[in-house]
Structures are given as C-alpha cells and as structure tokens.
Design a protein around this ligand. Structure first.
Ligand SMILES: Cc1cc2nc3c(=O)[nH]c(=O)nc-3n(C[C@H](O)[C@H](O)[C@H](O)COP(=O)(O)OP(=O)(O)OC[C@H]3O[C@@H](n4cnc5c(N)ncnc54)[C@H](O)[C@@H]3O)c2cc1C
Length: 436
C-alpha cells in the first residue's frame, strides 16, 4: 500500500497497552512528538482491575494480612531473587518505581486508587484474595484491610456469572488474619438479563436512575439480611466509564460504600483501563495510528509504513506484548513478530526458540505459581531497556523495549504484570526521549 501521509515524530511507540501508553506519555512529558501504532487491544484490556507490582514472596499463608511487605520493597526483593526479571534488568532504574507508579496513577486519574505503603487485599470472583499494589477506584472500598466492620458480598439474583456464596466463603477464611467478617446476600434486580455479558451489565447500570435502582434494592436487602455491613462487594460490572460514577451512585442510594471484586475474562475493569489509556493518549496529543508494524530488518530512523501512513522517527519503543498482544508468536518456533528480534526463554537463547520438537509438558511446570519457562519468554534487554542481540549487544542504540515483550517475568506466577509494564514503559519512554 502507498502511504497517503507522512507522520514525523521524535519517538515511535509500537503497542497500545499499558507499556506502550506509559512510554508514549513519558516521552510526551519530556517534550517529544510521539506517534503510537497499535493493532488491537492486548492483555491490558483483559486485566482484572488490580495493578500487580510484586508479591511478598516470603509471606506465609497464615500470616496476618498486615504483615505483608509493601509493593516497592517486594519488587526490590523480587529483583534480587530472580536475576532474569525486568526489575533486575533495569538496574538502578528500579529506584524510580515509585515515581513511575505515581506517574501512572496521575495520568489515569480518576481511574486508579492512590498507592499506599502496604498492598491492597482484593477479592477475586472465586473468593481468593490478591495482594496488589493498587486497583481501580471501583474496587478500592473492598480492600479487606480498609473495611471497618462486616463485609457483605452481594450477588444479583439470576445473574449467572457471579457466585456470592463462593466469594463470601473464600473471604471469610481471612477473618482471623485481619480481614473482615463476611456475609452473603442476594439482590433482586427485576429485568436483569441472566445471559447479559459483563460489559452489557456494566453499560446497563450507567443511565440515570439505574445505579440508583440497584442501590435502593441493595439497601432493602441489607436491611433484611446484613444489617450493619460496613461495605458491600458486588460483581465487577460497576459501569464501563468512570465518568458515569456508578459505584458512587449505588453507594449513595444504598447508604454504604460499595466495591466490585476483581474480574476474570472478559473483564469490565480491563476494558475500562484500556479506554482510559486511549483517552489519555488523545488528551496528551500523541498521534495514534491503527495498524500493524512489520519492520523485519528495519531500524529507528527508517521510514516505515503502517496502514495509510508512513512514519519517520529517530527512536522506537517496542511494547507489543507477549502472546495475547501479538509481540511473540509461536509457529513451531517462538519468534518476535514485528522486527524478528532474538527471543530468550528459559530453554536458552536463540534467534527463535524452537519448541515444535519438544513435548508440551516440558514447556510448562505443573505448579501454577512456579515460573513457567514458556510463558516468561521475551526479549533480553540492557539496563536502558535496549533489546540485546545474540552476543549480548544492543541491537540499535535508539531501539527500546517495554512491558510483557521483555522476558523474565510472567504475571500468573510473579504477579508483576502491570507493574512491569508501567515501570519499563515509563523508563523506555524517557530513554527514547533523551537526545544523543
Ligand atoms: C487474563 C489476564 C489477566 C491479567 N490480570 C492482571 C492484573 O489483574 N494485574 C496485573 O498487574 N497484570 C495482569 N495481567 C498481566 C498484564 O495484563 C500484562 O502483563 C500487561 O497488560 C502487559 O501490557 P503490555 O502493554 O506489555 O502488552 P499488551 O497489553 O498485550 O499490549 C500489546 C499491544 O501491542 C500491540 N501490537 C502487537 N504487535 C504489534 C505490531 N506489530 N504493530 C502494532 N501493534 C502491535 C497490540 O495490538 C497491543 O495493543 C493479566 C494478564 C492476562 C492475560
């Protein structure tokens, strides 16, 4: 296709998830013209509503929740214990983690709750408790250490996607560890479509009167079955747009703070986060282009075509994600898709890790909390986040990588997904913006 326009920028960011958005916004904050190319939503749009930075690896299951180390201290420990982790790879850059997190919270205001010294303890839809660095404001009043009295878990009668009894049972197990006493109740919401998908329910609560109707029903249910509840946990469908203020409106009508649990997929909080990133990029004046960058053999400074635009930029940040985002592909061999860069997995380093001849059971580890060699594959980088070639040298002085594309971490086992995306995105954007 012949380009119908040319976009000139200082920095080209490839990828529109958390890492790409942070890179674009930090380069923009440093005064650069920034173009961002993205193909589609990736893992960020599936995330649960929690911002995982690092778990306290030394925490024991029975310990009081208040003993958990804070996310920044846990990230330092993670870097020491896992030398291949991006928190270790960035070296001194890890000191800037609090600044990067603060930048993200402010950039996305009012979506995210402010950071605390301690983790927030948040319920999943299966009643597990996740310790996260922060979360969306819609989940904040459900932080188990912040609930000042009994917590009610409310299901919507006929809504098949949320089992309040399961959640209440799981959370109740933490009552002796500093968590609240937990009760379960059901709210009757006439007209609720039992087959409605989460985003449809979330949208249905946004128009005037709808959140209030849920709040009034909740108030009645509380009076019958959970008098004295200090907060209520609801399914993760409290509006798609933070501007609709669904949690606040439900709470005002119910007379008690309400929160949503974290989500599994499809995730309303994930969609909310993705929408907030895109709105912020537009407000910041980043030129966002839809399309896929294919630049095998190319390098920063080259003219590349994406859709109908040609882009010229002196620095590039690759933030193309992993398997869900499309940064890595596996067709027998594991490969980096946009530029054909070398991929590293725990099996070793190769220009394409060849997996086709190996039994599937050798690629993953049965313990789901253990590091998974296949799932933590990605690029190896230097402390400036420049991808390295097979000999350990930067591929190009003005090429940077960020987010899930950087190897050595995996959210399901180390809980650092969005934390890595925020820190490496923010650092890569600054590095790409620096002249010379
Ligand atoms: C189901 C699920 C739930 C999760 N929940 C959480 C959670 O609750 N908390 C947490 O901290 N972490 C969570 N994680 C991990 C976290 O979501 C990811 O680590 C993080 O979102 C990665 O962000 P990213 O920007 O690097 O990649 P992505 O969000 O995957 O973005 C990649 C982007 O690159 C684009 N792209 C790819 N190739 C190209 C190309 N060639 N040209 C143009 N664009 C391209 C994609 O279209 C996409 O826009 C979860 C992950 C999953 C899968």
């Amino acid at each position: 296709m012949t380009a119908s326009r040319t976009v000139r920028a200082d920095v080209l960011v490839v990828g529109g998830g958390m890492a790409g958005a942070m890179a674009a916004l930090s380069a923009r904050a440093a005064g650069c013209e920034v173009a961002l190319v993205r193909r589609a939503p990736g893992a960020t749009a599936l995330s649960s509503g929690a911002v995982g930075v690092a778990p306290d690896l030394s925490a024991l299951p029975g310990d009081p929740l208040s003993w958990r180390r804070g996310p920044v201290e846990s990230a330092r420990r993670l870097a020491r214990q896992r030398p291949g982790h991006p928190y270790a790879a960035v070296g001194e850059g890890l000191v800037l983690l609090p600044d990067a997190l603060d930048f993200a919270v402010r950039a996305l205001d009012p979506l995210l709750a402010p950071m605390l010294e301690r983790p927030r303890f948040l319920a999943t839809p299966t009643g597990e408790v996740v310790a996260a660095a922060t979360c969306q404001r819609a989940a904040e009043p459900g932080d188990l250490l912040a609930v000042a009295g009994p917590l009610a878990v409310a299901g919507l009668r006929g809504h098949l996607g949320f089992d309040a009894a399961l959640v209440a049972d799981g959370l109740g197990r933490h009552a002796g560890r500093g968590g609240p006493e937990v009760r379960e109740l059901e709210v009757d919401l006439p007209g609720l479509d039992p087959w409605a998908r989460p985003h449809e329910l979330a949208r249905a609560l946004e128009p005037p009167g709808e959140a209030e109707r849920l709040g009034e029903r909740l108030r009645a249910a509380l009076a019958n079955g959970a008098r004295g509840a200090a907060a209520v946990l609801l399914p993760p469908v409290l509006g798609l747009s933070p501007a609709a203020r669904v949690p606040e409106r439900v709470a005002a009508a119910a007379g008690v703070p309400v929160a949503e649990t974290l989500s599994d997929v499809p995730s309303v909080p994930g969609l909310r986060l993705q929408a907030a990133l895109e709105a912020r990029l537009a407000r910041a004046g980043v030129t966002v282009l839809a399309g896929e960058l294919r630049a095998a053999g190319g390098a920063p400074g080259d003219r590349v075509e994406v859709g109908e635009a040609a882009i010229l930029a002196g620095s590039w940040v690759l933030a193309t994600g992993r398997f869900l985002g499309g940064g890595l592909v596996r067709h027998g061999a594991l490969a980096e898709r946009a530029m054909g860069l070398p991929v590293e997995a725990a099996e070793g380093r190769d220009a394409g890790v060849h997996l086709s001849g190996r039994p599937a059971t050798s690629l993953t580890v049965r313990d789901r909390r253990a590091p998974q060699p296949l799932l933590s594959a990605g690029l190896r980088v230097d402390p400036s986040l420049r991808p390295l070639d097979g000999r350990g040298r930067p591929v190009h002085p003005r090429l940077f990588a960020a987010g899930a594309l950087v190897g050595g971490h995996e959210h399901a086992s180390d809980g650092s997904g969005l934390g890595v995306a925020i820190l490496t995105g923010w650092l890569a954007g600054r590095a790409a913006a620096a002249r010379g």
